[in-house]
Design a protein around this ligand. Structure first.
Ligand SMILES: NC(=O)c1ccc[n+]([C@@H]2O[C@H](COP(=O)([O-])OP(=O)(O)OC[C@H]3O[C@@H](n4cnc5c(N)ncnc54)[C@H](OP(=O)(O)O)[C@@H]3O)[C@@H](O)[C@H]2O)c1
Length: 140
């Protein structure tokens, strides 16, 4: 839902930088932005930014890092509430309706859910101890 709401916040922006594109939110934001017809520029560790119409910054944990990235796009959002401008501090407002839309996209094959690992139910408690790329499927 975070990725969907972020992408829908981009309006008519034709190109978007996504910093942290390989992560949990980023992997969905990349797919959803492309599905919305936008040119996506995924930014991973060590990648240089280029100018674009919009920025989704999923990584910056302080104001100066975000401001440095936001110089590349006139429309910019961060997910860690680090901007002095409240309009740039994205906060998810989830809803059942959004979940239903996303589930529909998954079922139709328009949205891929990256599966990081599959664990049996007896190991379910352990999966909360760490994290990694992709979703965890608990097999019952
Ligand atoms: N405000 C809201 O409503 C809201 C909602 C959801 C999430 N969030 C926040 O959004 C952030 C992202 O969430 P997430 O679930 O996507 O996290 P995540 O799965 O940990 O993904 C973060 C991604 O950023 C990459 N990364 C780390 N440092 C980077 C750098 N300097 N340059 C480029 N990429 C870098 C990581 O790569 P590596 O794998 O190499 O480390 C990882 O792929 C978190 O801070 C989370 O708390 C906020």
């Amino acid at each position: 839902m975070t990725a969907l709401q972020l992408v829908e916040s981009l309006g008519v922006a034709e190109s978007v930088l996504i910093v942290g594109a390989s992560g949990g939110v980023g992997s969905f934001a990349v797919q959803l932005a492309r599905a919305a017809g936008k040119r996506v520029i995924p930014i991973g560790r060590g990648d240089s930014l280029v100018e674009a119409d919009a920025l989704i910054d999923l990584v910056s944990a302080d104001r100066s890092s975000f401001e440095a990235n936001a110089r590349y796009a006139p429309l910019a959002f961060n997910t860690n509430y680090v901007s002095a401008d409240p309009a740039q501090n994205f906060g998810l407002k989830g809803s059942r309706e959004m979940l239903v839309r996303l589930a529909s996209m998954v079922q139709s094959g328009d949205l891929e859910v990256p599966i990081g690992r599959r664990v049996p139910l007896r190991d379910a408690a352990d999966v909360f101890a760490g994290h990694g790329p992709g979703k965890t499927v608990i097999i019952m």
